[in-house]
Design a protein around this ligand. Structure first.
Ligand SMILES: Cc1cc2nc3c(=O)[nH]c(=O)nc-3n(C[C@H](O)[C@H](O)[C@H](O)COP(=O)(O)O)c2cc1C
Length: 303
């Protein structure tokens, strides 16, 4: 049996496969479909201070090679998460990573602080693809200065490991990852869905109620792979690769590019057992090649 264990900062995972935030709810819907204890970790839907209603419908549209969503960060809010959602997750032995966001830096810090006080939260993943209200709605994750500022504040607000989740839509991904690393992030997650839209030609209207949305699925895999590879050449902290992973071979490509772990998003909607199949597939791939430790694969890209 090959050793599939990996570390994300101080977090130890039994294998590198976990759901991508927002595609797995708070785990309840999947618990009857797969054994959640087989996963490397569970990652929740993004949590904010106050509940969010999200965008008007339609909120999902299939595209060629992917999917568009304009969920609009809908979530139950921190209080309901703590009381109604988190207790369910306590019955599983895998680490719980809570994805979260805010509309100001202070709000991010407050959510981080309050989440750290909850029992059974292993790490926090800050989604920086959220509009900064004080800076005219520019995403927090687009500049290295704002990423440094927010990471610094988050690290001070919590004792838990901070994972910074970023978009690929930036001018210099290496600089931004270095900024997160420099201020104490224990890992970075790359990438979020990519801003995109769809048009209904007959009605001459946007298909999505939110007008624009995020593109995910196989269409974005090459973009995500490049982001992971570039980031891996710049930082020492572990990278969590995400974007268009549909099977174990996709997942292994991310590990070869330098990711320590992977997240699976859109694929869960097509086949809820994808993550378990990916874990088994990685295991079989390593066994067939006589590779004893998954760490031998990570960052093994030859140029
Ligand atoms: C319906 C939906 C909801 C999402 N919600 C969140 C979220 O709350 N927080 C976050 O950081 N990313 C969110 N994402 C982005 C995913 O976590 C992931 O980064 C992206 O979908 C790319 O991975 P994939 O191609 O495997 O889906 C969401 C994606 C989808 C499709």
């Amino acid at each position: 049996m090959p050793n599939l264990k990996v570390k994300l900062g101080r977090l130890e995972l039994q294998n590198p496969v976990m759901p991508a935030s927002g595609t797995f709810g708070y785990g309840e819907e999947y618990a009857s479909l797969i054994d959640l204890n087989k996963l490397g970790a569970i990652v929740t839907k993004g949590v904010s201070l106050a509940p969010q209603e999200g965008n008007p419908p339609p909120r999902i549209r299939e595209t060629r090679g992917g999917m568009l969503n304009s969920i609009g960060l809908q979530n139950v809010g921190l209080e309901a998460f703590a009381q109604q959602k988190l207790p369910f997750l306590h019955r599983f032995k895998v680490p719980i990573i809570v994805n979260f966001f805010g509309f100001t830096i202070d709000e991010y810090a407050e959510v981080a602080m309050r989440l750290s006080a909850l029992e059974g939260v292993a790490a926090l993943e800050a989604n920086l693809s959220c509009p900064n209200i004080k800076a005219g709605g520019i995403y927090f994750g687009v500049g290295s200065r704002s990423v440094a500022q927010i990471t610094k504040k988050l690290v001070k607000s919590t004792n838990l490991a901070i994972i910074i989740k970023l978009s690929s839509q930036v001018s210099n991904i290496k600089e931004i990852c270095l900024a997160a690393e420099g201020e104490g992030a224990e890992a970075v997650t790359l990438i979020n869905s990519i801003p995109a839209m769809a048009i209904d030609l007959d009605r001459k209207r946007p298909v999505l109620g939110g007008v624009t949305g995020g593109l995910s699925g196989p269409a974005i895999k090459p973009i995500a792979l490049k982001a992971v590879w570039e980031a891996a050449s710049a930082v020492k902290i572990p990278i969590v690769g995400v974007g268009g992973i549909m099977d174990y071979r996709d997942a292994l490509e991310f590990l070869v590019a330098g990711a320590m772990a992977v997240q699976v998003g859109t694929a869960n909607f097509i086949n809820p057992t994808t993550m378990v199949e990916i874990i088994d597939g990685i295991d079989a791939f390593l066994t067939q090649r006589g590779i004893e430790n998954i760490r031998e694969i990570i960052g093994s890209l030859k140029l």
